[in-house]
Design a protein around this ligand. Structure first.
Ligand code: SF4
Length: 393
């Protein structure tokens, strides 16, 4: 069993330890930026990618040489971005091997790679699986050509079908597809068409997210100029309701507000975020939360590289969460899951009476309810989840 320790701990020298960590690896490259996307990324470039892979391995080795943080086991690895599949299977395999040579990775670990449909083929997915990848998550967003154009996506709808076929031909069953509602100009009928077509591809997992306006994106600028209309909450509720109707009819089970899966195919890595479990982020802009300490990596490829060249972990904004913050976060994120939270967690909110009062009000307003020893969002609460989240925050 490998032990890893962080030397330059935040304000004190207490060791950080974790029995079970999820690893998030941010691959910050894309062919182009979609109009709604605010993730940290740069345009793909072969030399930059090669240098980045070398830097990422330096970051892993540097972590492994630290002296006061211990990780016992890694049970999920998630390559996100960006478009991780702009890296070759050899490069992704190289990173995975580096992880495995310094850390104890569970034999049954879930290893996810995010991909765009145009960046994969049967051969590539076969090679990825040989490298250890067990799950593929693909952004489809919409099957409507005009909506694809508005989002700044690659226009090819046939590539979505081909990519899914490639995954099945390669023998990969654990496939997740993402679609989006709230796209400018999207109608109920185009959304239903997207839902029908995406579910026709029989994914094991489906994510349906509402478009969110992020500062710095093309959409945000259009909205600021008054050239873009965003969905109101009634429209969002209607589109979310349709997503649930279609996904349920297709046999997928909702396990989180925006996520549905066949039994046994919920995303184990993403569940960690909602369950308040530890995760370590590698790569520029990646976020981490281990042993109640939270930090982010610098969101700049060149600073990331320079800090590693100087033997420093490229972290910033480290903070240790107080007991009260931790209790609050696990309530807020836990309620996103259909299984809800144990009622007893409310007892831990005694130090925070205002939050306890808010919870009582949410119950009175039929937004959360109790079933046995668990609290969960009601149907109304699911539709107004953002409002509930804001109330609690
Ligand atoms: S492909 Fe994904 S990460 Fe890349 S720009 Fe589009 S939304 Fe952002």
């Amino acid at each position: 069993m490998q032990s890893i320790f962080i030397k330059d701990h935040i304000h004190d020298s207490q060791p950080i330890t974790s029995e079970d960590v999820g690893l998030y690896i941010h691959i910050p490259f894309c062919a182009q930026r979609c109009h709604f996307c605010a993730f940290y990324l740069v345009r793909e470039n072969e030399q930059k990618i090669e240098r980045f892979v070398a830097d990422l391995k330096k970051e892993i080795v540097l972590w492994a040489s630290q002296e006061n943080v211990t990780f016992q086991k890694i049970s999920t690895v998630y390559f996100g971005g960006g478009t991780p599949t702009v890296l070759s299977p050899d490069q992704l395999g190289d990173i995975l091997n580096c992880v495995k040579s310094y850390w104890s990775v569970d034999a049954q670990a879930e290893v996810t790679v995010e991909a765009t449909p145009e960046s994969v083929s049967t051969k590539k997915i076969t090679d990825l699986m040989q490298a250890g990848v067990s799950r593929l998550s693909m952004g489809v967003q919409t099957f409507d050509l005009q909506e694809r154009e508005r989002l700044g996506l690659h226009p090819g709808i046939f590539q979505v079908r081909n990519a899914v076929q490639s995954a099945y031909s390669a023998g990969l069953d654990n496939l997740s597809l993402d679609v989006m509602y709230g796209i400018p100009g999207q109608t109920v009928s185009s959304w239903e068409e997207t839902l029908a077509r995406v579910l026709d591809l029989r994914p094991r997992h489906l994510s349906c997210y509402a478009l969110s306006l992020e500062e710095g994106t093309q959409f945000f600028r259009q909205w600021k100029r008054g050239n873009m209309r965003v969905f109101n909450s009634v429209e969002e509720q209607e589109f979310q309701g349709l997503a649930n109707e279609y996904a349920s009819k297709a046999g997928l089970i909702r396990y989180e507000i925006s996520n549905w899966a066949s039994p046994g195919f919920a995303c184990r890595h993403n569940l960690r975020y909602w369950q308040g479990l530890d995760y370590l982020g590698l790569g520029p802009s990646a976020q981490s939360y281990v042993d109640a300490v939270r930090w982010g990596n610098v969101a700049d490829l060149s600073s990331y590289s320079k800090q590693l060249a100087h033997g420093q972990l490229p972290r910033e904004d480290m903070e240790r969460l107080s007991v009260s913050q931790r209790h609050k976060e696990r309530v807020v994120f836990g309620l996103r899951q259909m299984e809800g939270i144990p009622v007893e967690w409310l007892q831990n909110l005694e130090h925070d009476m205002s939050l306890k009062q808010i919870m009582a009000r949410l119950q009175a307003d039929d937004l959360i309810s109790q079933a046995g020893d668990r609290l969960h969002l009601t149907t109304r609460g699911l539709q107004l989840a953002d409002t509930v989240g804001l109330e609690l925050w």
